[in-house]
Design a protein around this ligand. Sequence first.
Ligand code: BTN
Length: 231
Amino acid sequence: MTAALGSPRLHLRRTDSTNARARDLAQAGAPHGTLVTATEQTAGRGRQGRTWFAPPGDALLLSVVLRELPRLLPLAAGAAVAELCEAHVEPVALKWPNDVLADGRKVAGILVEGRPQEGWVVLGIGLNVAVDLADLPAELRGRAGTLGLPADALEPTLARLLEHVAAWLRAPEAAVLAAVRQRDALLGQPVSWGEQSGTGAGIDADGRLLVDTAAGRVTLDAGEVHLGRSG
Ligand code: BTN
């Protein structure tokens, strides 16, 4: 039996990072489903040491403490967010492992951090619900996306998002893989990581990215994979 997500909830008007706050709570024993949200983050964290920016009050910035950890959790979270976005925008795709793209623009980012060996992680999600792209710094404006909803849609969207996440966390692995493969933004596309490059060739049964290179097929666990330029 998987508990609902979102209770207890701590909402902060302004914080450095909801993931940092949720980590503190997790380490202090907060239960599965504990939710931290913020109107504004001053040091939002992204994957691979990047930062995450959203104009205050226009995006969902949330972190959930999880103590029930499916093997494909990062992919399941991506499937949940993508499914939610599809109610508002199309087409929606997933750039492995879990960037959510709406019409090719990144509308949501997911950061899973924690100590799975101690039985907990924090699932952080930033979703541009009501962001006006004109309010973003120039370097983000060209690649960020938005659901284009009004700011008063944030709370109802949060409630629906938590339902989608809870459902996908208990979904069978085959369903998670199918959901991700169906929306695979890298399939057949140029992919580069470090000095290497190839063509996206799907996602394996362990949720790893397959890439065809001149030297044969390789399998990537996670990390520094960038969608290459086409043409
Ligand atoms: C990424 O795509 O690089 C992941 C971005 C994750 C951003 C969210 S916003 C809420 C939560 N708190 C953080 O500091 N980061 C995540």
